[in-house]
Design a protein around this ligand. Structure first.
Ligand SMILES: Cc1cc2nc3c(=O)[nH]c(=O)nc-3n(C[C@H](O)[C@H](O)[C@H](O)COP(=O)(O)OP(=O)(O)OC[C@H]3O[C@@H](n4cnc5c(N)ncnc54)[C@H](O)[C@@H]3O)c2cc1C
Length: 347
């Protein structure tokens, strides 16, 4: 079978791209190794300048007009009349995005694991089918996450990864909280992101600075100090790729985590996935299309990566930068939206 575009991965990047391309009239095949699109280790936080205004309200678990940030020396409550941040359930978001892509005409094959790519052809296996299958493409989009096979096919190394650990506890906590505690999380942070009936409690750090085991121990120590019981809930961990090295490789493209477009600073990756997936879709349809939002995202990704690499060098610097950033937020010299991946500077 021949397709205009084959997309590997039905995460937010792949599905946003598929919808755009199918709406433009192209024959699109999405291959997803999971039995259905959506499930992903994630805290489900979506920011004010990111997704909040782009998804139906029914998909939001909770929305917040205020959030708390803690450091060892200070704490601040940031508030706004407009919602600053919300949480989504990744399974529901995945289902919604898959339905939209399919309604636009994209074909999504699940339980389909891509094995290799060779000269305009992609080889994959589908559960319950006994033979390896093959699809031919004019364009290939790698939207296959932080351990992307398409990225490896392009021989791009991945030197900068963040690691996140999440516990989805069966209890609703009230407030959205970020805890910058360098002695525990180095240049990362611990979070409390309440959902409708559960709460995501977790921690994120640069994988070059903290090993998964140390981050996990710190997370448990911190949760215990706040009286949050984690026992009985399964911990799940995952990588976030912030090592951006390009998106356009001729007839092969990379979107979202596969491209390394997540934030190294906060681990925010849902908005970057959707922005880059849509931009690549537009570019394949019309090569002269407007890429301003993708270019802005690449600039923010670069700024966040440089900040992470700088703060990772020593603990004192990390602590100093964390206190300075929170002080600037408290004094109104910095706006929280300026830390978001889809931030649009006002002209
Ligand atoms: C613990 C944790 C918490 C996080 N919290 C947040 C948060 O609160 N907010 C936020 O914005 N971001 C968060 N992120 C980051 C966010 O989850 C990712 O950046 C985002 O999912 C990237 O989207 P994507 O579409 O690029 O990749 P993914 O969502 O990873 O999707 C890739 C898809 O490709 C499929 N795939 C992979 N390989 C193959 C293959 N060979 N064949 C077929 N299919 C394949 C996978 O099954 C998957 O469905 C978090 C990450 C972690 C680890």
């Amino acid at each position: 079978m021949t397709h205009d575009v084959v997309i590997v991965g039905a995460g937010p990047a792949g599905l946003a791209c598929a919808r755009m391309l199918a709406r433009g009239g192209l024959k699109v095949l999405v291959l997803e190794r999971k039995p259905h699109p959506g499930p992903k280790v994630c805290a489900g936080g979506i920011t004010g300048s990111g997704l909040i205004n782009r998804i139906p309200g029914s998909l939001e678990e909770r929305r917040f007009h205020r959030q708390y940030i803690f450091t060892p020396q200070q704490q601040t409550c940031l508030s706004s009349t407009k919602p600053m941040i919300a949480t989504v359930n990744r399974e529901n978001l995945g289902r919604h995005m898959a339905e939209a892509a399919a309604a636009a005409g994209a074909e999504i094959v699940t339980s389909a694991q891509v094995k290799r790519i060779d000269d305009g052809k992609i080889f994959f296996t589908v559960e319950d089918r006994d033979r390896e299958e093959k699809a031919e493409f004019r364009f290939l989009v790698g939207a296959d996450g932080s351990a992307s096979l398409v990225r490896r096919y392009l021989r791009l190394p991945t030197a900068h990864l963040g690691i996140g650990i999440n516990y989805q506890i069966p209890r609703t906590l009230t407030e959205m909280e970020w805890h910058l505690a360098p002695s525990l999380f180095r240049n990362g942070y611990g979070w409390i992101f309440p959902h409708r009936d559960t709460t995501s409690v977790g921690a994120y750090a640069d994988a070059a600075v903290m090993k998964a085991g140390d981050l996990h121990r710190s997370l448990r120590t911190w949760a215990a100090s706040r009286g949050i019981a984690l026992d009985g809930t399964r911990q799940r961990a995952g990588f976030v790729n912030f090592d951006y090295r390009g998106w356009n490789f001729g007839t092969v493209f990379l979107a979202g985590d596969a491209a390394g477009l997540a934030s190294g600073l906060t681990g925010e990756g849902i908005s970057p996935a959707i922005i880059s997936g849509e931009a690549i879709g537009r570019y394949i349809l019309h090569q002269g299309s407007d890429l301003a939002d993708l270019q802005r995202l690449i600039r923010i990704n670069n700024l966040h990566r440089r900040t992470v690499l700088l703060t990772g060098r020593n603990r004192l610097l990390t602590a100093l930068i964390a206190e300075t950033v929170v002080l600037a937020l408290r004094l109104g010299l910095l706006n929280f939206t300026q830390l978001e991946m889809s931030h649009q500077p006002s002209r």
